[in-house]
Design a protein around this ligand. Structure first.
Ligand SMILES: [Zn+2]
Length: 393
């Protein structure tokens, strides 16, 4: 308890005056950041082992970081989140700077809201919550099993329960959907995150969207799947057994689904190529890559949405783009046609456990719908402030 108060006092002192909060600049590298602040690159980068060096490459633009300065305006400590779980801590010790990776202390809150849909789920969620992330996870969770455009009627309701992490009072990381409901012409459809970390519908059928909407976030489709088309370089009709996403060189490419990397190397006309094997005989391919992400190699398992490579124009290619393929048992199929891949149906004890979880969520959802629970963000206590810990003596 005493320790807590000391920390709290320390934190208040810290955060009232000398801590500068800032957002990581787009495209700024860790090294550039060090140089910008006249911090020693030798101690804080070049002398680090490979793993730590690689870790520093994970820093993402827009992330909230902190600098603590002394009364003489000298940098005392810096915190930079790298992943959901790790952050870089730069601190001064005996006059020189040191580097360490520290776990991130974050607070997870369960939040929920319900609303009546006037326009579209995406539009209405953004309008009511101001959060595109919430709208995205809601829409994408149903996207492969339901067709909002056709079946939605004005006045239908939706509700979602999700977990949101907070770090130093700010929203941190992607929200995680726990349960959601959408009415389509008055009929309620549900999705639940089960204890096995997969999503299921009300019948215990797995409904997680197998593929991401696009393996390159926000990219435009420049060429669709076709069994024959005219090739601009070869001047020949060729099949285009994939989808091309036009994007700038270096744009991250995400795994369209969870699976195992079975190929990550150069493959002639494909250029740098990654192949991922998924459940049920599915395989995705990512071609013309500029380069692979660190640690991406054959045999490694990846999660849906994980960045695996960067858009490039290697191999036979007219300009930077991602050539994306989906294959089932070796045969190319149109990725845009894959609406749903049911990979698991719960049975027996698993089903029983799921039903219990479902019951709880159903009760909660109907309460939120009845009460028309409004979206509300409760600022967490500043208790997480002691993130910047004094070094242990
Ligand atoms: Zn292509």
């Amino acid at each position: 308890m005493i320790r807590f108060f000391i920390l709290l006092l320390f934190s208040i002192a810290l955060f009232s005056s000398e801590v500068e909060n800032f957002r990581w600049l787009k495209d700024e590298t860790y090294l550039v950041f060090l140089e910008k602040h006249n911090l020693p690159t030798k101690e804080l980068y070049y002398n680090l082992d490979k793993d730590d060096q690689r870790l520093t490459e994970e820093v993402r633009s827009g992330v909230h970081a902190q600098i603590l300065r002394s009364s003489k305006n000298e940098i005392e400590q810096i915190l930079i989140p790298l992943t959901d779980e790790l952050q870089v801590h730069i601190f001064k010790k005996n006059g020189s700077y040191e580097f360490e990776a520290l776990p991130i202390i974050s607070e997870t809150k369960t939040e929920a809201f319900s609303l009546t849909i006037d326009n579209s789920p995406y539009y209405d969620i953004v309008k009511k919550t101001g959060s595109k992330k919430l709208a995205q996870i809601f829409v994408s969770s149903f996207k492969n099993s339901l067709n909002f455009k056709v079946d939605l009627r004005s006045g239908d309701k939706m509700a979602m329960i999700y977990e949101q992490k907070y770090r130093l009072g700010d929203i941190f990381s992607m929200p995680e959907l726990k349960a959601a409901m959408i009415e389509l012409r008055g009929k309620k459809h549900y999705i639940y995150l089960n204890n096995d970390e997969r999503y299921y519908d009300e019948n215990g059928h797995e409904v997680e969207g197998f593929l991401l909407a696009s393996p390159v976030r926000g990219a435009r489709i420049s060429s669709y799947f076709t069994k024959s088309r005219f090739h601009p370089i070869l001047h020949k009709w060729k099949a285009h057994l994939g989808i091309d996403y036009a994007a700038r060189r270096g744009t991250p490419v995400q795994a369209a689904g969870s699976g195992t990397i079975v190929y990550a190397s150069n493959a002639g006309s494909y250029g740098n190529l990654i192949k991922i094997r998924h459940a049920d005989g599915y395989e995705t391919r990512y071609a013309h890559l500029k380069s692979f992400r660190n640690g991406i190699r054959k045999g490694k398992s990846v999660k849906k949405g994980q960045a695996i490579a960067y858009v490039g124009t290697t191999g036979r290619s007219t300009g930077p783009h991602l050539h994306f393929e989906l294959r089932k048992q070796g045969r190319a199929i149109n990725p845009l046609r894959v609406v749903q891949v049911t990979t698991k149906k719960l049975k027996g004890k698993e089903k029983e456990a799921f039903n219990k979880l479902k019951e709880n969520y159903d009760q909660s959802i109907s309460l939120h719908v009845e009460n028309n629970t409004l979206f509300e963000r409760t600022k967490p206590l500043e208790s997480v402030c002691y993130l910047i810990l004094p070094k242990k003596v």
